[in-house]
Design a protein around this ligand. Structure first.
Ligand SMILES: [Zn+2]
Length: 162
């Protein structure tokens, strides 16, 4: 983490040039039962990102692919890539991808996917705590959880990001 702190100034300076919000789609994979319910909203978020010409990072837990609809929504768009992770928190993997590819670098990050109390939370807090971003947004309608009322899960996460 120390190397990221050192790099923060450079990272922020570069980010300001573009002022882009990067979309991070977390674990919208069949193996997570809550994921199928947000696929249409995730596709909507991808379409919005495409309109803004924003970078899109499709974050995947393990080797399984995301739902086909996710890749279909990105057809013909070049500013997206898959980021693989093998833990709940994908923030380091996301920051590495951003570091290597300027298009994915933004001063704001918009996060969606599953699960609000697990991977989305760990990743959003990891990004938040890096201090590299001016804002971590949660696309609430495109975020879900295995717990009964995902609205509460998302609300809890928003509270943690304050
Ligand atoms: Zn939850």
């Amino acid at each position: 983490m120390r190397s990221w702190r050192r790099r923060r100034k450079w990272f922020k300076g570069k980010a300001k040039e573009k002022m882009a919000t990067v979309l991070c789609v977390i674990d919208v994979q069949e193996k997570f039962s809550a994921a199928k319910f947000v696929v249409p909203e995730v596709v909507h978020q991808i379409n919005l990102a495409r309109k803004r010409k924003a970078g899109v990072l499709i974050v995947e837990y393990g080797n399984d692919p995301s739902y086909e609809e996710v890749y279909n929504a990105l057809k013909g768009y070049k500013d997206w890539m898959v980021v693989k992770k093998d833990d709940d928190d994908g923030s380091m993997e996301i920051m590495h991808a951003m570091d290597k590819n300027p298009i994915y670098r933004g001063h704001k990050v918009r996060v969606c996917g599953v699960n609000a109390c697990a991977c989305v939370q760990a990743t959003a807090i990891g990004l938040h705590d890096s201090g590299l971003f001016s804002k971590i947004e949660i696309a609430e309608a495109a975020t879900n959880c295995t717990h009964g009322n995902s609205d509460n899960c998302v609300a809890g996460l928003l509270e943690k990001l304050k």
